[in-house]
Design a protein around this ligand. Structure first.
Ligand SMILES: Nc1ncnc2c1ncn2[C@@H]1O[C@H](COP(=O)(O)OP(=O)(O)O)[C@@H](O)[C@H]1O
Ligand SMILES: N[C@@H](CCC(=O)OP(=O)(O)O)C(=O)O
Length: 370
């Protein structure tokens, strides 16, 4: 049996977790990297394009820095990632070279997929690398990401990258061979071979990171990633590295999450699924209707209250008069500017304060209704 949505994919994003690349004691395992690349190289060999999102920088940096386990504080994680990322990419470069394939490193922060100019930049870089036949190897730019601007997990990053590069398949490789209806160690838990809609996942019990102590998000972030990708029209296969070969050629293995939705702009996907809002705008009833029913931009006249500390470009939550979240958007003003503008018409504001104040609080193109 085969899965045509998988075997026919022309552009594939594969995400591999730290737990699939490390030894039991936590260091990078060159033999596991080699086995993995032997399978991955098959994608390019059959004429399809490959983007690899690989975790493992922090794990690879532990031993050289004599850290006995993954550090909890951000500064030590950043130091480990800085040391480990070079080691990781060096390993991949050597292994892909054995198959005559060239790799390129791409390190991303949240800004690269949320700020319009940045994500166009990222898109161009990926397009050019793929056009030149190289395999982009992606990781979060851990060494510069602060806790506020951190993805924190590569599962969701991989889903956003899949969308950004217009991939037609996302493969998540972990240390577990698919999604189980309960944590896999539990007697009687069974594998779900197909997930057609999110109703199929109701009742599934998931836990955080696995036993090796090197992974971060566990099954939860994999489900988030699957939700982001399938909701944007990209099917997702979840399995372990031992089944990578089968998964990549479309054999039935692991869990296939079927596509449920269609594409929308990458930064809006990020807004809807993964962003921590930095503030809150309270809307009056008329503005709620305008935003949700007419898909209009949010103007100062419809905002009754502002909370949080944010600057222009930050994600904020839009709530109705009774406090229920209705949308998320990228705001066009700093939090300190807004109180003086609330309830006033753009016409008045422009006349009194200048043309710059004619702008919307949240433009409709930067807004997702929940
Ligand atoms: N319902 C579930 N089905 C499958 N795996 C689960 C489930 N709940 C929790 N897990 C755990 O999630 C772990 C995978 O996550 P993680 O350790 O973060 O891996 P990675 O390093 O590949 O990102 C597995 O080891 C598994 O024990
Ligand atoms: N960027 C980090 C990995 C973060 C992450 O998501 O890890 P994992 O859960 O193993 O996929 C690193 O390279 O160590």
């Amino acid at each position: 049996m085969s899965r045509p949505a998988v075997s026919g994919a022309r552009r594939v994003v594969v995400k591999v977790g730290s737990s699939s690349l490390t030894t039991a004691s936590g260091g990078l395992d060159p033999a596991r990297v080699r086995d993995l690349v032997d399978h991955l190289a098959g994608v390019r060999a059959r004429g399809a394009e490959l983007v690899l999102v690989s975790s493992g920088a922090i794990a690879a940096g532990l031993a050289p820095l004599a850290f006995r386990r993954r550090p909890r504080d951000l500064a030590r994680q950043q130091a480990a990632a800085s040391v480990g990322q070079g080691i990781l990419v060096h390993r991949y470069t050597e292994e892909f070279a054995r198959h005559g394939q060239v790799t390129g490193q791409v390190l991303l922060t949240v800004d690269d997929v949320t700020r319009r100019n940045h994500y166009r930049n990222a898109q161009r870089t990926f397009d050019k690398l793929l056009e030149l036949g190289a395999v982009p190897i992606v990781n979060e730019n851990d060494t510069v990401a602060t806790s506020e601007i951190r993805f924190g997990d590569n599962d969701r990053l991989a889903a956003l990258v899949a969308h950004l590069v217009h991939a037609d398949l996302l493969v998540l490789l972990s240390d577990v061979d698919g999604l189980y209806d309960a944590p896999p160690g539990r007697p009687g838990s069974t594998l779900l071979a197909d997930v057609h809609s999110w109703d199929d996942v109701t009742g599934v019990e998931v836990r955080g990171a696995g036993s090796a102590g090197v992974g971060t998000g566990g099954m939860e972030t994999k489900l988030d990633a699957a939700r982001i990708a399938t909701g944007a029209g990209i099917p997702v296969v979840l399995t372990d590295t031992a089944h990578a070969g089968e998964a990549l050629t479309g054999a039935v293995t692991g869990t296939l999450f079927h596509a449920t939705g269609r594409r929308r702009p990458t930064r809006l996907l990020w807004l809807a699924h993964a962003t921590e809002p930095r503030g809150r705008l309270v809307l009056d009833a008329g503005a709620v209707r305008a935003v949700t029913e007419r898909r209009a931009s949010l103007l100062p006249a419809g905002v009754t209250d502002v909370g949080g500390s944010f600057v222009a470009g930050d994600p904020v939550e839009l709530v109705g008069p009774e406090g229920r979240p209705i949308a998320r958007g990228l705001v066009n003003y700093d939090a300190v500017e807004l109180p003086g503008l609330l309830g006033r018409s753009t016409h008045d504001l422009a006349r009194e304060l200048g043309a710059a104040y004619e702008r919307e609080v949240v433009h409709r193109d930067d807004l997702v209704v929940l």
